[in-house]
Design a protein around this ligand. Sequence first.
Ligand code: DGJ
Length: 732
Amino acid sequence: MPISYQSETRTFQLDTAHTSYILRVYDGGYLFHEYWGRRLRPVDLTRLHRAYGSGFSPNWPGAPDREHSLDLFPAEYPVYGGGDYRAPALEAAFPDGSRLLDLQYVSHTIRPDKPALPGLPSLDGGDGTLEITLADPTNGLKAVVSYTVYEDSDVIARHARIVNDTGETVRVNRALSASVDLPSMDYDMIGLYGAHTRERQVERVPLRHGMQALESRRGASSHQMNPFLALAAPNADETTGEVYGLTLIYSGNFIASAEVDSFNVTRVQIGLNPFDFSWKLEPGETFTAPEAVLTYSAEGLGRMSRNFHRVFRGHLGRVKETVRPNPIVINNWEATYFDFDEEKLCALIESCKGLGIDTFVLDDGWFGHRNDDTTSLGDWFINRKKLPRGLKPVIDCCHANGMNFGLWFEPEMVSEDSELYRAHPDWAIKKEGRPFCTGRDQLVLDLSRPEVVAYLKETIGGILAENDIFYVKWDMNRHITDQYSAGLPADRQPELLHRYMLGLYSLLDDLTSRFPQVIFEGCSGGGGRFDAGLLYYMPQVWTSDDSDAIERLKIQAGTSMVYPPRCMTAHVSAVPNHQVRRVTPFRTRGLVAMSASFGYELNPLSLSGEERAAIAEQTACYRRVNNLVAAGDFYRLASPFEGDAAAGADDAAWMFVSPDRSRAFAVYVRRLTTPAGPARVIRLQGLDPDAVYHIDELDGDFGGDELMYAGLATPYFMADFEALSFTLTRRV
Ligand code: DGJ
C-alpha cells in the first residue's frame, strides 16, 4: 500500500512511483503539510518548516512558544479565524454570527479503494485512499480531507467533505479542494487564459509576494481561464525541472491561486470559487467539494502533462480507453450553417462515399423553427419546414452510405422566442421584474431546479430513444449572469451556481448511463468548457470555434498541458478559413486535426478530386495512427508559443509514442518560412535509445538515440504553413 502511517511521529506518507507527499499531525492535533516532491524514504521533516520571525503572528491557544503560530506553519487544510492570515481553505459562519474555526485531528482511515464523490464526477480506482477527519473542538464542525494515490501516474486526488455535526445550521462560505504550502517562492506560475476562438493560451510569469489567482466567475469553467495552475521552477522546460500541476474535476466557477507570504512560503490552492458562493448546511448534512488532481514532475512540463493524461485515460469516466475507438466525423456546421434541408443533407452525406468518414453530425438548426440563432432553443422537436419527414430519412441516408448519425443539442439553454420559454419563463436564470441580459439572444435554463433537469432528461432522452443516434454534440453558448433562481429561497440564492453544476451532472449521468452506446462530444462555443468534469461524461470536446490549423497549434498545445489529445476534437475545415480567412495547405490541416479526435467541417460537394483523394488518404492514415493518438504518450517538441521566424523556428512540433515505445507518430508544422534561414533540428522524445526505428516518410532507419539526442533536420520550406509527419516503427 503506497500510504503509510508512522504512529510515533504521527506522519502520513503517500508515495507514487516517483513522488512523495507527507503530512503530519503536530503536537496538539494540527495537521501540517511536510513535503511534496521527489520520492523520499520515510523521514521526519518538521524541522524544515519553521519560520523564524514571529512578530504579529498570533500564537495558538496553549502554544509552547511565540514561534508557534498557524501563520508560520505549513497548513494542510487551513481555516479562517485561528491566526493564519493567509487564504483559508475553509470558511464557515455559525448562527451566532461567529466565523471562527479551528480544525484538529480526530481520526483517520486508510482503505484500498476509493469511494465516488456523491453527485460529482471524480477519478475511479487508484492505489489506496487516506481520509483524515478533523474537527473543531468547540463547535464540532468536521472536515474530512481525502487523498487517493495513483502510483503509476504520480497523481494524488484530493477533496474535502464538510460535515455538519454541530447540531445547528451552518453556512459554508468557502470549501476548497486542496491547499498546499510549499517552502519556496522560486517558481513561475503557469496558467491557461483565453477567449472564445482563442482558448488555453499558455502564460508563464514569476511568482511575486502576495496573492495571484486564476479563476472563473462565469458559471462555466470558461474560455477565459482554465481550471489549471502549475508552479514550475524557473529553469523548468518540457523535459527538465520541477513542476507542480493542479487541476479540478469541475465545470463551473473555480479558483486556482498561489499566495506568497513574507517568508517566501507559497500557498497553492484549488477549488470551487468562493465568489458568489455560500451553502446552507443543515445539521447532519455533508457538503462535498469537487475533486482536485495534483501531480509533481521532476522532469518538466512534458511529464506533468503525461501524468494528467495517464490518470484521465485510465480513471476518468468515459475518457477511459476501453470505451471506444475515436470516430471520424463530418459536421455540417461550417458547410451549411442554418441553411439546409433533407435534400441538401442527403447530398452532402452521399458525397462522403469513399472518403473514409464514419459519422455524420447534424449541427444546429434542425428543431423548432430555428433558421438563425435567435429562436427555438428548448423546443426539441423537428423543424418540419426543413425536415418534413423528420430525422429518419437523414439517418437512413447515413446508414445507406455506411455512416453513423450524430445530432447537435444545446440542452441548457432557452430562447425567449420558444414554446418552452412561453410556458415556463421562470425556468430561466434571471430575476422576474428586472431587465435581464441575453447572450446570443438566449437565456440559461435553471438547472438547479429538479423539474428543469427532469424535463431535459425526458426530452433529450426521448429523442435519443426514438432515433438511431450514435453521437451527440452538446453545445452551451453563453455564460451565466443575472444569477437568480425562482426555485430557491432567499437564503439559498448563493447556492445557485453550484446547484446548477449538480443539476447538469445529474442530467449527464442519467443520459450517459441510459444511452451508453452514444458518444457525447462537449462543446461551449468551442472550448468554453474544456475541463475534467465535463470530460468525465463527454470524452471529447470541440476544442475551439477557431478551426484554422495555425491558430489551433497554440490552442491544442495549451489544451495538451492538462488534457489528453484524444479528448480534443479537431476538424479539417475549408479555406479561406471561416474565422481568420487564412489559407493553409490541406495536408497541414489534416496533420493538425489528426493529432486529436479527427474529423471534417466542410462541404464535400465543393471539393476538388485532389482534395477528395487527400481526405481518403488522411482518414486511412488516421486509422493507422488512431491508437497512438488515443493511448500513446504525448510529447511537445517545439512550442508554438515560442516561435521565432528569424531563427528559422516559427513552428510547432509534437509526437505520440506507444506505451511499449515500438511505434511513434510525429508532426512538424512550420508557420512563416524564412529565406536563407538557419537549419532547424527537432529532437524527438520518448523513444528507446537502443532501438532502431524505420521512418516511413524518409524511407530510412535511424537509431532512437540519434533521433532523440542529435535530432531530425527539417527541410527548407518554399511556402508558409507547411507540415510534415514522421511515422516510426521499431525494427530492432
Ligand atoms: C457553437 C459551436 O462551437 C459550433 O461548432 C456550432 O455548433 C454552433 N455553436 C452552432 O450554433
